[in-house]
Design a protein around this ligand. Sequence first.
Ligand SMILES: [Zn+2]
Length: 263
Amino acid sequence: MLELVQFEFKSLKRAGNTTCSLQINFIVTQAAPRAPALPRRECPIPHTARPLAQHPGAGGLIDWIIEVANQNQEILDLFQSTGAYLKGHFRLTSGLHSPEYLQCALVLSHPVHAASLGRRLAEALSAIAPGTPNLVVSPAMGGLIIGHEAARALGVRHIFTERDADRKMTLRRGFSVQPGEMAVVIEDVITTGGSTAEVVALLESQGARVLAAGSIIDRSGGRAQVGVPRTALATLEVQTWDPPACPLCAQGLEAVKPGSRQV
Ligand SMILES: [Zn+2]
């Protein structure tokens, strides 16, 4: 059971001229003990050539906020029920330590869940993309399965990027994009948005237009910026510590690295 306890208008500004970037912070509480999530989403309502003063009233927004909060919880429940919500002592790619980790690969190991998450992400992306994509692009490895499933739902092709020997994001295996193609970029988890932003830059350098980006999980609390409209199925404010300040290190527990990326 979710209870909406607070929401606030974080900022009100224009992003280009196609979407309103009104952002809303809200805190949800629930009976189950876990840290409150603070999703921050872009307003889903198109604002082309529409003065911000005519923004829809708070009534509609509250319905929308509750819908987003419920979806957030549904996704986290799915991670919990598939054993993908790990508790322990983790060393993240950023070098920070954390007591929890969401292992998307475990949820995506169930094709029925992968397909369902792909459909939901495809819908969420269609709602914010200023146009119809004809291509999904994901960074390997994390983005492969969810990108493929979202592409299936959108009825478009899916290709992926890899890092070369210099850690530079590249298209290999004969993959290419044509100038003017319209892409969406999909990852499993966004933390800083770095990988997605690199894929966006790569595609734009080859003449494609990137309409939007999405992930199953946003671990940035909604703060990650990737240069295009972005969405996530669940947004989390993940507890992290610098190693010297980590209470789990202080207890002498060894940190493990759950991700796959080499650092
Ligand atoms: Zn630690």
